[in-house]
Structure formats: structure tokens, C-alpha cells
Design a protein around this ligand. Sequence first.
Ligand code: ZN
Length: 283
Amino acid sequence: MLQRFSSFSYRSYRRLLYGLATFVLTLSISLINPQPSYGLSWIELMLRGIQIVQISNISNTQEVALGKEINQELIRSGQAKIYRDRSIGNYVNQIGQRLAKTSQRPDIPYTFQVVDDNSINAFATMGGYVYINTGLMAAADNEAELASVIGHEIGHIAARHGIEQMRDRALAQGVLSAAGLDRSAAVQIGVDLAISRPNSRADELEADRFGLENMIQANYAPAGMLGFMEKLLKQGGTPSFLSTHPATSERITILRQRLDPQTINIGNGLDNRAYSNRIAALN
Ligand code: ZN
């Protein structure tokens, strides 16, 4: 009796699971292709908390919404402490927006924030969110050097490295279903990725290339990128935003191959004194 009852309940359970999986799959498809507007609102209400993100073909709108949630969680948890000086924040935003416009991905909104942290570091998360540490701003000698780092971070976003990493991480953790990824799991993975920055060698070199092309498009002197990398090399120890692979020396070699010594100083941002005046509030 017990046996029959449990086999019955197992079948019902299977049926219920199957029904739910179909339902979730249907929902995720309708979130991506929301042509039939009927019913969406109650479905969304009903399934709040199990929203599915389809990583493989995420839209710009979804990516920006996900980035916004990751940003909120980074700040809420204290893992990114935003530096609250308006003149410094505005300055970084102004440089960032100038680069965003000429970037390989100008069609999403970008948010540039300064993190109150003395280490020489910068990072990005998906959907246009870029973070620059106060320590990095202080280490740069001029605006072109700072722009080279911001351009590199925009490069990661333009090349959608965060999305690829999120998919890989979700697969490794076994949380990626046929329908996609649970939204709250996606936010948690996004926070972990923003903090741990597991960029591969290929990703870093691609971000360098995108960043350099973008600097030139935005009329910043390419010397800024070379100058900042050489300074880091001299100081020894690689900050995590440049990760350990490839080595800074290798990046410099590759960068030099791309740069024309005749034009390296052509462009804006090489006035050291103007820069130190702009960031005076940091000291
Ligand atoms: Zn990077």
C-alpha cells in the first residue's frame, strides 16, 4: 500500500516537475519575445523570484537590468564602497561617457563609479558598469593614462566577457538549466565575478586592443596606455585588473607593435598638471 502510494506520488511529482519546467521555459521565451502581451503581468507576479535569464541570447535590455542588480548588490554588501566626492565622480563619468560614445558598443547606457580603495585597481560588470579605485586615479599621471584603464574596462563590456564568464561559472556550478539561469543566482555569480575578475589571457588582450582603438577614436593620446602599463611594470606586482596572464611586459610588447611612434603623443590627456588639479580632492 505504502509502495503503491509512493509510486503514485512519485509519478505525480514527475508530472508536476515536467509541467513546471515547461511553464518556466515558456515564460523565459515570452520574456525574450514579448509579442503576446496578454497574461504576462500575472505570470510575472506569480513567478516573481524564479525569473529565468537566458544567458546565451541575453538582450541588451536584460543585460543592463542584470548589471544594475549586480551593481546594487556590490554596493549594498559593501564590496564596492562608492567614493562620494561629486567633482571626482563627475570627472570620471565625463571621461567614461566620452569613451563609451566611441566604443565598440555605444548602444547601451554606461555607469562609471569611483571606489574608495587605495589599491591600484579597476573592474567592470556586465551591462555598462565600470568601477575605478581612488588608488588607481592617484597612481595615474594624466587623463590619458586614466582613460586607458577606463577604455580597457569598457572593452570587457563591449566584448561581453562577463556574459561568457557567467555562463561558464553557472555550468561549473550546475545551476544552468535548459531554460536558463535563475535570476538571483545570476546576480550572485555576477557579484563574485566582479570581485574575483577571472579574465583569461585572451580576454585581457582583447580588452587592451578594444581600449586602445577606443582611446584613439575618442582622441586621447595612445601614449597614456603605454605610460600607465610601464609605470605598473616598474612598480612591480600586477594589480588584479591586469591579472597575472598575460604578464604586463608581454602586454607592453604587444601594445608597442600596435603603436606608431610618430603618432603616439597625438591626442588629448597628456597634461599632467591639469590632471593633478582635477583630482586634487583625492589628496
Ligand atoms: Zn581586464
